[in-house]
Design a binder for this molecule. Structure first.
Ligand code: CA
Ligand code: CA
Ligand code: CA
Length: 134
């Protein structure tokens, strides 16, 4: 199983890097890269834990339309990245700031494959490719 996943990442990288200029706007890979660039504040090509937390807060506040401090089902429906939706650990249909915060810390650990404390664009796109299988 692990072997299979590694092979598919390698295959993806080849397709990804050789085909990047040909990708259309609506390509999911392009959307993921756009999201990565939003996270990468200083645009140095790496996302730090601080940058991840800033992104989390911004995304949360943007979705929290009624400023109640948590995201209800209606607000979560507007979450196009689905990153906040996954944070509802107790499955009560609401995501608190605390849940959201700890979810993004988990994301960081999961995405940072080489454990160097920073997320590269390749690590980020590989992660979403595995999740969404595009
Ligand atoms: Ca950065
Ligand atoms: Ca709310
Ligand atoms: Ca890394």
């Amino acid at each position: 199983m692990i072997k299979y996943v590694k092979i598919s990442i390698a295959a993806f990288c080849i397709i990804f890097f050789s085909g990047i200029n040909g990708f259309a706007q609506q390509d999911p890979t392009q959307q993921v890269i756009t999201e990565f660039q939003k996270m990468d504040r200083d645009q140095n090509g790496m996302v730090t834990p601080d940058e991840m937390q800033l992104y989390q807060k911004e995304q949360f506040n943007e979705l929290d339309k009624d400023k109640s401090g948590d995201l209800d089902a209606g607000e979560l429906a507007a979450d196009t990245t689905k990153m906040q939706q996954a944070a509802d650990k107790d499955m009560n249909g609401k995501v608190t700031q605390e849940e959201s915060n700890s979810q993004f810390k988990e994301y960081f650990q999961e995405i940072d494959k080489d454990k160097n404390g920073q997320i590269s664009e390749a690590e980020y796109t590989d992660y979403w490719k595995l999740i969404h299988r595009f």
